[in-house]
Design a protein around this ligand. Structure first.
Ligand code: MRU
Length: 338
């Protein structure tokens, strides 16, 4: 399944807000539509946000062909894309990389050359992401034993990337290596990425999965049904502090209490070496309406005050290892040196 591709001059992406009820693809015909697709989580998950932003710049480069000042128009579009979601560093990493290539191609060959290069960069990033996830999975599956119950939070699967997934890539690779794995998927309030996306994609692949409410992680650990946790990441600071979907921190605390190893799986592009610690990671706060109901049905008093950060930060000392496409980083005295 393609999460995003390029068809007849535009990005075409799978609308993840419709899953699992409908598999629907949408065309991004303007940069504004692509920015809103990222903001509304039609495309989501740190690596896929980055790849989608690169496709949005390819679209921008095509649409800006006739602009009086091509690079000024590109910079305006890039600035719009930078304002979409603040936490996943992959967005900024992808925009920086793509804009560098576009600028060089424009200097050498003008707007046409820049547009051609912009699309090549997006397609390359997409292919690279899948290859990275496969390498990460092959390395990470070593931490999974035959018969493990593995808890995951949110969706760090094929749907969150260009394909295969990070945390779910580790699980897929373990299954491909012949290990029996049972996945426990936190539903992931308030937007239910675990229930809607993780359960759906694992069931499509025939990987056994149980769905539980977010508050049940500790109970599953106490019962001995979960003996590993593997989650994805949106941004990792140099000391290993990790931002991931809100609720991840609570899972890590429960895992530490029960002696269950807690792993983070993420590509190198998710590590932000410009930040020393996790309290420097910008956290996205989303509209409280997401807490007061779901898909139009109210589930709380309409005027209730809400607390709705999209991410939390798990301190490095709760993390047993950070699995990347290059190696598994292990902490020394509760700290990583990434
Ligand atoms: O708000 P989302 O759905 O974009 O949040 C996604 C997550 O928190 C994922 O765990 C993270 O991006 C890693 S995806 C491989």
């Amino acid at each position: 399944m393609e999460m995003i591709d390029w068809q007849e001059g535009c990005p075409v992406f799978l609308d993840q807000t419709r899953l699992p009820l409908a598999v629907e693809y949408r065309r991004g015909e303007t940069v504004e539509q692509m920015a809103q697709a990222i903001e509304k989580l039609q495309v989501r998950g740190a690596p896929l946000i980055g790849v989608s932003a690169a496709y949005a710049l390819a679209l921008a480069a095509r649409l800006n062909q006739g602009a009086a000042d091509f690079m000024a128009a590109m910079e305006k579009d890039e600035a719009r894309l930078r304002r979409t979601r603040p936490t996943a560093v992959n967005l900024f990493w992808a925009l920086d990389r793509a804009m560098g290539e576009i600028r060089a191609a424009w200097q050498a060959a003008g707007p046409q050359g820049a547009a051609k290069r912009a699309l090549e960069v997006a397609q390359t990033m997409k292919a690279e992401d899948i290859a990275i996830n496969r390498r990460l999975g092959a390395i990470g599956q070593q931490v999974i034993q035959d018969g493990d119950g593995v808890l995951t939070h949110c969706n760090a699967g094929a749907l969150a990337t260009a394909g295969y997934g990070t945390a779910l890539g580790v699980i897929r690779a373990a299954v491909e290596a012949g290990k029996r794995v049972h996945v426990y998927a936190d539903e992931t309030r308030p937007l239910l990425q675990g229930a809607r996306l993780t359960c759906w994609e694992l069931m499509e692949d025939g990987i056994p999965v149980t769905l539980q409410a977010d508050g049940m992680a500790a109970v599953l650990m106490a019962q001995g049904r979960v003996n590993k946790v593997v989650v994805g990441a949106d941004r990792i600071a140099r000391n290993g502090d990790t931002a991931n979907k809100v609720g991840t921190y609570g899972v890590a605390v429960a895992a530490a209490y029960h002696g269950v190893p807690f792993y983070v799986a993420a590509p190198q592009s998710t590590i932000d070496r410009s930040l020393e610690r996790g309290d420097q990671i910008p956290i996205e706060y989303r509209d409280g309406q997401e807490m007061r109901g779901f898909q139009g049905a109210a589930s709380a008093p309409p005027a209730v005050e809400t607390f709705n950060p999209a991410f939390d930060v798990t301190p490095a000392r709760l993390i047993a290892g950070i699995i990347t496409e290059e190696k598994i980083y292990r902490p020394k005295d509760g700290k990583f040196d990434l």
